[in-house]
Structures are given as structure tokens and as C-alpha cells.
Design a binder for this molecule. Structure first.
Ligand SMILES: [Zn+2]
Length: 188
């Protein structure tokens, strides 16, 4: 699987499609976030705008941003059948979480196109997301579902890219997740 980095284009039915994904923010999100801090809304918008550039599979789609259930103890959620992502409104969301949730949607779209991607694997989703992140946007000391790497943060995207290549070359049962954890130096 190629990473489809810039220029933002992908091949669909033999045609080169160029463009960006769009997003819209539900009022339920905006209202609740504004109660905490209006800057949260602008922060999520900024991160979405930037992250969508790294997801050509979402070109010409519209992603909806909604409010995460405040009682849910997770960083974010994706409801991929509806291209919906849910982020918390009582705190800021990291770039890594924005990329992770968008990765669920992009993987779903690729799966629907018949590509060889596991649509429900959280580990694959994290590897897929980190592989396409510009290193300067990495803003957590851990990677969701993989753990705390000891490898330098700026090397994480390259390592995850290598894990995806390893999966391509050696197959879906190649323990590429285990390889990724080893290369990242995650202590389990
Ligand atoms: Zn996830």
C-alpha cells in the first residue's frame, strides 16, 4: 500500500482524483466546547484542516465532527460508516488523536474500495496514522494501542511506514504489529 503523500491525489477507476476532504462541525460540539473554551473549536478546526491534507482517501468527502460522550473514557471516537468523528469538548484534542480518528475513516473507505486493509484493527489504525504524520505534529509521549516508544519521536513515522511496508511484503499475518512495537522500542 502506498502512502499517497502530497500531491493530494489518488487513482479511482483509472482517473486521477485531486482534492481535499472537507469537514463540518456540529452545533452540539461548538456549543459545548465554547462553554469550556472557545479556542477548543478553532484548535480542532486547525488540526482537521491540516490532517485532511494527509488523507487523500478522504478527498471530496465531508467529515462530520461531533461531541464525544463526556462519560466515555477515551480520547476520541470514529463512526466510520457515517464519516463521523467525535472529540471531547472539555479539553483540547491532540494532533495524534485527530490523525488517528481520521485514519479510521480513510481505512474504511479503502476497505470499501476493495483494498487490503483491516477496517477494525486499532493497532493498524495507529500505525497507519503515525506513518503519515509530519514528525513536528507528534504531540503525545505514547501511541494509542501501541504503547510508549523509546525510539526518538521524530523517527516514529518512518518506523510505522516501515511496518506497513513489512506488512505489504510479508502478508497480513507477518506480525507487523509486533515488528512495529520492537522497532519503536515499546516496553510491553
Ligand atoms: Zn481507534
Amino acid at each position: 500500500m502506498s502512502l499517497e503523500k502530497a500531491p493530494i491525489s489518488y487513482d479511482e477507476h483509472g482517473e486521477d482524483v485531486v482534492g481535499l476532504g472537507a469537514y463540518r462541525v456540529l452545533e452540539t460540539f461548538t456549543d459545548a466546547a465554547a462553554d469550556t473554551d472557545e479556542a477548543i473549536v478553532e484548535d480542532v478546526r486547525r488540526k482537521m484542516r491540516r490532517a485532511l491534507q494527509d488523507y487523500p482517501a478522504l478527498a471530496h468527502k465531508t467529515v462530520t465532527i461531533g461531541r464525544l460522550d463526556p462519560d466515555e473514557d477515551v480520547l476520541g471516537r470514529a463512526r466510520f460508516w457515517n464519516l463521523l468523528v467525535l472529540y471531547p469538548t472539555d479539553r483540547y484534542t491532540s494532533f495524534q488523536t485527530v490523525y488517528h480518528e481520521l485514519a479510521h475513516l480513510a481505512i474504511h473507505i479503502r476497505d470499501q474500495r476493495g483494498e487490503d486493509v483491516p477496517p477494525t484493527s486499532e493497532e493498524f489504525c495507529s500505525i497507519f496514522a503515525i506513518a503519515r504524520m509530519p514528525p513536528e505534529f507528534l504531540d503525545e509521549d505514547r501511541i494509542a494501542y501501541l504503547g510508549h516508544p523509546s525510539a526518538p519521536q521524530k523517527e516514529w513515522p518512518e518506523i510505522c511506514e516501515r511496518a506497513l511496508e513489512y506488512r505489504d511484503e510479508n502478508g497480513v499475518n507477518s506480525h507487523y504489529i509486533q515488528r512495529a512495537r520492537e522497532w519503536l522500542g515499546v516496553d510491553e
